[in-house]
Design a protein around this ligand. Structure first.
Ligand code: ATP
Ligand code: MG
Length: 222
């Protein structure tokens, strides 16, 4: 399966979720390729810190691929891996579109803040163009990231997201927790830390179980 972390708002959490999904999929022994498709190189920096922390045993393969070539190169590499995770930058770029064309599943983290919610109509426009140019439809999952701890505060953003069917909103929020930047600074996922934040571990499990089992799709089909 090819997953891309997408969206057109900077800082929404794409890299954090891409890193977690990569490590989460790899921990069961699957062969994972993490594609850093952002010039900023956050996924590459994370991997460099991980190499340092884990004495080189990061548990997945990292490549940097930018631009229109990304699609062809990912297609070439696809047979060699069980799953591919692509981390894109937060703008409507050639890399972002190439990732959305080659992927099976797009994951879109959204912060429950007005400036982020305002980007949703531009995002659905871009996704509409992508869907129109694909042979097979792209499965899209959006979810709240850096959500407030009290769920009432997230309601408005959740309602806006669920009103746009093309965004495939899933009600598994990742909340705003220090555990994410703290683990990331060492190149680790929240579930790899000694004495982990159990709430962070549970919410990541819930989100990824939902996404990887495709329960949204099966519920719709049932
Ligand atoms: N759930 C969370 N709780 C707390 N901090 C978070 C959470 N998710 C992400 N962050 C922090 O928010 C910042 C932005 O996250 P991240 O780099 O993952 O976003 P991005 O969408 O990849 O950004 P960019 O547009 O720069 O690529 C980072 O400092 C990260 O540690
Ligand atoms: Mg990023």
């Amino acid at each position: 399966m090819i997953y891309t972390l997408s969206g057109i708002k900077g800082g929404s959490g794409r890299s954090t979720i891409a890193e977690h999904l990569t490590v989460w999929l790899a921990k069961s022994g699957a062969d994972i390729l993490l594609v850093d498709a952002d010039e900023q190189g956050t996924a590459s920096d994370f991997t460099a810190w991980r190499e340092h922390t884990l004495d080189g045993n990061v548990g997945y393969t990292l490549v940097q691929l930018i631009g229109a070539n990304l699609r062809k190169q990912v297609e070439t590499m696809k047979p060699k891996y069980d799953h591919i995770v692509i981390d894109t930058g937060g703008r409507d770029t050639t890399s972002q579109r190439a990732a959305l064309i080659v992927a099976d599943v797009a994951l879109i983290p959204i912060q429950p803040r007005s400036h982020d919610v305002w980007t949703l109509s531009k995002l659905t426009e871009m996704l509409g163009e992508i869907q129109a140019s694909r042979l097979e439809p792209l499965t899209v999952y959006s979810f709240l990231n850096r959500a407030d701890i009290t769920s009432a505060d997230n309601r408005e953003a959740a309602e806006a997201l669920s009103s746009m069917a093309e965004l495939g909103f899933v009600p598994h929020a990742v909340k705003n927790r220090k555990a994410y930047p703290n683990a990331g600074a060492k190149g680790l996922a929240v579930f790899e830390i000694e004495s982990p934040d159990q709430k962070a571990v549970s919410e990541i499990d819930a989100l990824f179980n939902h996404i990887t089992h495709g329960s949204l799709i099966s519920t719709t089909e049932a």
